[in-house]
Structures are given as structure tokens and as C-alpha cells.
Design a protein around this ligand. Structure first.
Ligand code: CP3
Length: 382
């Protein structure tokens, strides 16, 4: 086991030490920088032998193996059985040959220890039974039971024990705004009317809600990092519903606090949202090591907006996975050419894989990304 592995997996926070040396964000200096997985290195904008690749929602219904497990268990049951959650995580990552495995869990799990019951209804997505609508509802939310989410940490331990230093293991949570929107709307939403009503009309209840979320999510991420997660991804999936002014006024500070708290645990943070072209510059101000880009903007434009002091992750349109291979290859090539070999690009989709996606096309993208880098290296280095 390499020295960085020992540190990362057992909480000695080697990345924090690296950060104190002031070199982790300087691509020009290698010196004392730790060796890490290809994926973790890219998160920190260190040079890599080829672009790492993984996929949002890489374990899911598009995969037969997952559908087989789902025949016998609900989604939440799988999440709460560490052996099974680890198996689903590992199977997907190995079948695809990706560079990182995201732990099988769901964004909404922290709602339960906070006192909100929810379920996933077939074809409808998540449903929260008694949504948060008033200051009293916010007051009733508990923040003392994040430890109940220990089953996610147990699953991470099993995944890291399996992969060791072969590939990066990603823990995750929702960002405060996105989770608040589920709590208030009671599920997915088109216009976020109830969320914005509370936000605009009761700023005190709103900030108290986000504060409670930051507390629970920080503790939840801590459990995941202690269990061996190499990187934490924070999903602010629905933050694109906010204007830039509202993002600044109502969501940014809470996200920033969460990002910084997780980084202080010694792991890189990926901060991701959808329809964020107008928010990217501000999102980067959270200090996240990596910003996840959706597919609506060319990668180089997104990266410029984020600033080259951050790494980026993305940004293939997930529906391109339904295109003929030659079209798919063209789009993959466009993204890699836009990244231009700059350290700090992690190839991914701009959002999650959808259920009917052909698995062989996802595998083909992994091959394309791997081969593209190899060709480029021989072409430029020798
Ligand atoms: O490999 C993986 O990424 C799987 C782990 C994972 C799941 N959910 C399992 C899941 C992850 C990373 C998530 C995150 C998640 N959950 C997000 C953020 C990512 C994003 O898409 O922006 C969000 C918004 C949720 C909430 C959620 N969970 C929704 C809206 C739905 C229903 C939508 C749908 O696809 O049906 C889920 C259900 C869910 N979570 C599934 C999976 C594999 C599919 C349903 C099932 O198996 O029953």
C-alpha cells in the first residue's frame, strides 16, 4: 500500500499536509506531492497518464445486474445493506472499467434522520410525505442523528477494501439548496414555487433550514471520509433553478461552508449542478477543487468561467449515449480536445445515465477516453 493510501484511508489527512505545503494547486511543482489514484490526482490538477473517466449514475437501472438486485430489494433497502450497496457499486465500476466508483446511496437518505419520511414511487421519483412548509416545520427538524447514516460508511469501507489503490472511491451528499428543495416541494419540481416562497418570505426560517442541513451533511461527509472515501461529490443538481442574484443571496454561503468543511477533512471536493452556465463563476467561489459541468456549454467555455485554478468534470450529454458510435466518438473527441490535455479534467457526463441507455455504449466511451489520451501522449511528448 502506498503512503497516500494509508493516510487517505485512515484519516491522517495527507492532502491537508500537502495543502499546507502550498503545492497542491500548482501544476508546475511536483516535489513532495503525493502519488494518488489517477482520479484523485486529476481532482487536484496534478499530471496524469490519461484522463480519468467515470459516469454520474453509473450504477442504475440501465444495467441488468442492478435490475436483478432490484427485483428483490427496494432502493432504500439496498442502501441500508452495506454488503449489497458495496456489491452494486463494485459491479458497476468493474463492468465499465472506469477510474472511480461512486458509493451506491441516494441524495435523500439524510432526510430520514432529520425526521422526514420519504419513499420512491415507481415512475414518480422521490415523495416526501410531510414536506417542510413553515418555520415550525424547520424548527422540528433534528440535527443530532447523522450517525444513523453509518450504513453508508460501512458500505464505503467494503468498497475501499475491495479496490485498495486500484481506483478512486467517491462519497457524496446533496448540497443544502438542492436538499432543501426536496424537503419543501416534497419531491422533484418544475418551478420550485414552494421553495422560493419560503426562501423569499421567511429568510430566517430559510437560513435556519440551510444551517441545519450544513450541520448534518458535514457530519455525514465526515463519516464517509473516515470510512475511506477519497473524494466527496456535492450534488447541487437543481441549483440552476436560481438566478445568479438568488444563488448569491440564498444558497451560496451554505454550499461554501459545506465545501470548506469537507476540504478541511483532507479530501478533494467536486461541486456539481445542472443548467449552471450563469452560476459557474460564483460556484467556483465555494473553493471546490472540482466543478462539475453540464453539457449545455462547451467544456473549454465552462472551464474558463470556472477559472483554471479549479479542475472540471464533464460534460457529455447523457443522451449522446443513444447515438451511433461514430457520432458518440466525435462528441467524446470534442470534449477531450476542449480540455486540451490541461491537468485537471475528469471525463464524465453532464448529468446522470438514464434507464434505457445501452451499456455497451457506456463501455465504448471508456475505451474512447482511454485511447484518445494514449494517442495524444505519443503525439505530443516524443
Ligand atoms: O452510481 C450511481 O450514481 C448510483 C448512486 C446514486 C443514486 N442516486 C441511486 C439511485 C446517486 C449518486 C444518486 C444521487 C441522486 N439522487 C441525485 C443527484 C444526482 C442527479 O441526478 O442530479 C438526485 C437528484 C437523487 C434523487 C433521486 N433518486 C431521484 C430524483 C430519483 C428518481 C429518478 C429516477 O431515475 O427514477 C432517485 C432514484 C434513484 N437513486 C435510482 C438510483 C439508481 C433509480 C431508481 C431505482 O433504482 O429505484
Amino acid at each position: 500500500m502506498k503512503s497516500d493510501e494509508i493516510g487517505l484511508r485512515h484519516g491522517a489527512c495527507p492532502l491537508k499536509l500537502t495543502k499546507m505545503s502550498g503545492q497542491d494547486h500548482d501544476p508546475g511543482k511536483e516535489g513532495t506531492i503525493l502519488d494518488g489514484s489517477r482520479f484523485v490526482r486529476a481532482c487536484l490538477r496534478k499530471p496524469v497518464d490519461r484522463t480519468p473517466v467515470w459516469f454520474l449514475r453509473q450504477a442504475g437501472r440501465y444495467m441488468q445486474e442492478y435490475r436483478d438486485v432490484r427485483k428483490h430489494h427496494t432502493l432504500v433497502e439496498i442502501c441500508k445493506m452495506p454488503d449489497l450497496a458495496a456489491e452494486v457499486t463494485i459491479t458497476a465500476a468493474e463492468k465499465l472499467g472506469v477510474d472511480a466508483a461512486i458509493i451506491f446511496a441516494d441524495l435523500l437518505l439524510p432526510l430520514e434522520p432529520m425526521g422526514l419520511d420519504f419513499e420512491f414511487q415507481a415512475g414518480e421519483g422521490p415523495v416526501v410525505h410531510r414536506p417542510v412548509r413553515t418555520a415550525e416545520d424547520v424548527l422540528a427538524l433534528r440535527t443530532d442523528r447523522a450517525g444513523d447514516l453509518g450504513y453508508v460508511a460501512r458500505a464505503i469501507e467494503k468498497v475501499t477494501a475491495h479496490f485498495r489503490d486500484r481506483l478512486g472511491v467517491i462519497g457524496f451528499c446533496g448540497a443544502p439548496y438542492t436538499l432543501a428543495s426536496y424537503m419543501i416541494e416534497g419531491g422533484g419540481s418544475r418551478n420550485y414555487i414552494e421553495t422560493k416562497k419560503l426562501m423569499y418570505s421567511n429568510p430566517i426560517a430559510w437560513s435556519s433550514l440551510l444551517e441545519k442541513l450544513v450541520k448534518v451533511l458535514t457530519e455525514y461527509c465526515h463519516l464517509q471520509v473516515q470510512a475511506g472515501a477519497d473524494v466527496i461529490q456535492i450534488f447541487d443538481s437543481w441549483v440552476g433553478s436560481l438566478s445568479l442574484s438568488d444563488y448569491r443571496a440564498y444558497a451560496f454561503e451554505a454550499s461554501k461552508r459545506l465545501v470548506r468543511a469537507v476540504e478541511a477533512m483532507g479530501v478533494p471536493v467536486i461541486y456539481f449542478g445542472v443548467e449552471t452556465a450563469g452560476l459557474l463563476e460564483q460556484m467556483a467561489e465555494t473553493g471546490a477543487d472540482v466543478i462539475g459541468l453540464d453539457w449545455r456549454q462547451p467544456l473549454d467555455e465552462g472551464w474558463r468561467a470556472v477559472g483554471h485554478a479549479h479542475a472540471v468534470q464533464g460534460n457529455l450529454d447523457p443522451i449522446t449515449l443513444f447515438a451511433p458510435l461514430d457520432v458518440l466518438e466525435q462528441r467524446v473527441g470534442e470534449i477531450l480536445r476542449a480540455a486540451n490535455g490541461r491537468p485537471g479534467h475528469i471525463f464524465n457526463l453532464g448529468h446522470g445515465i438514464v434507464p434505457a441507455t445501452p451499456v455497451e455504449n457506456v463501455q465504448a466511451v471508456v475505451r474512447m477516453v482511454h485511447e484518445f489520451r494514449l494517442e495524444q501522449r505519443t503525439g505530443t511528448r516524443d
